[in-house]
Write a protein that binds this ligand. Structure first.
Ligand SMILES: Nc1ncnc2c1ncn2[C@@H]1O[C@H](COP(=O)(O)OP(=O)(O)OP(=O)(O)O)[C@@H](O)[C@H]1O
Ligand SMILES: [Mg+2]
Length: 283
């Protein structure tokens, strides 16, 4: 599945959505290169989750266009977007703690493909026909996140990190080409954050393209190939971690209204110390 070099997997052009008088996302033009990690950052309320909601078809944009693998997907519904190869995780984890890890991943597969949540939970006739396909897709997803050996355990018995992996497996079960992760490291300690970074790198090494929203700068700076910065719904910068962390508009956005968000400019070493190594350091 090699791409033509330079051909973006996803392109958005002039993308925007208004909620009443509020322009939550405004005139954003950006693209995601294939098999790379793009981070979407910005202060609270910048429009990051809304941006994901637009790409994944949860919200219909009020302006602009979205193209995925060359196809215009602007008006597609969520399940159609999933069918094209885009999956996401949510800012708040939505796993079913009483159910097994495998059942969670299977629900992920079903919800994301044909049937609704109730079909999935109640195992209707249609669901039974899809059972095998779902199970296979779910097991493959669990293998990718390192949870195949825990498939039978209740999801709630896993560590915080394990539960995050379940959430990622739920998204991977539809076998996407593009995975959108909304604050995957929220609530994780530094060691778990490093493990998560390793997992994301592995997935990308296997051909996946990842876009992630994250406040933890250690993760963003240590992982992202490219960073898009949103502020008040608008894109104010895009570039490599080094470029973005030196950008005056970005520094202003973080320091201006958010004294505690002032973690820019320390690639790979900010905050948690999760990736405090010399790896990748440049003069
Ligand atoms: N469905 C909605 N209806 C009305 N306003 C909304 C809706 N969804 C988001 N907003 C508003 O849009 C703006 C952007 O919200 P969004 O959740 O995208 O921010 P964010 O960058 O993800 O922030 P955070 O870092 O806190 O998660 C906020 O002002 C929010 O209140
Ligand atoms: Mg958000």
């Amino acid at each position: 599945m090699p791409e033509h070099p330079g051909t973006p997997l996803l392109e958005v052009e002039g993308l925007g959505i208004r909620f009443g008088g509020l322009h939550a996302v405004r005139d954003v033009t950006a693209s995601l290169p294939p098999e790379r990690i793009t981070a979407i950052i910005g202060p609270n309320g910048a429009g990051k989750s809304t941006f994901f909601n637009l790409i994944s078809g949860f919200y219909a944009p009020t302006s602009g266009r979205i193209r995925f693998q060359g196809e215009d997907i602007t008006r597609l519904k969520t399940h159609q977007v999933v069918g094209r190869g885009i999956a996401r995780t949510f800012q708040t984890t939505t796993i079913y703690k009483e159910l097994s890890v495998l059942d969670n991943a299977m629900i992920g597969h079903r919800v994301r493909t044909r049937s609704g949540l109730w079909d999935a939970l109640l195992r209707t006739g249609r669901e039974q026909r899809d059972e095998r396909e779902s199970r296979d897709g779910a097991m493959r997803a669990l293998e990718r996140v390192g949870l195949a050996g825990q498939a039978g355990r209740p999801a709630g018995a896993l560590t915080q990190e394990g539960q995050k992996r379940v959430g990622i497996a739920m998204a991977l079960s539809s076998d996407p080409r593009l995975l959108l992760l909304d604050e995957p490291a929220a609530g994780m300690n530094p060691e778990e954050t490093v493990n998560l970074m390793g997992l994301i790198r592995e997935l990308v090494g296997g051909g996946l393209t990842v876009a992630l929203v994250e406040h933890k700068m250690s993760l963003v700076m240590g992982l992202a190939d490219e960073i898009v910065v949103l502020h008040h719904g608008q894109k104010i910068a895009q570039g490599t971690p080094g470029e973005v962390s030196r950008d005056p508009a970005v520094i202003e956005a973080y320091l201006g209204g958010h004294a505690h968000g002032g973690q820019m400019g320390q690639p790979g070493a900010a905050g948690s110390g999760a990736s405090g190594t010399e790896e990748g350091a440049h003069a």
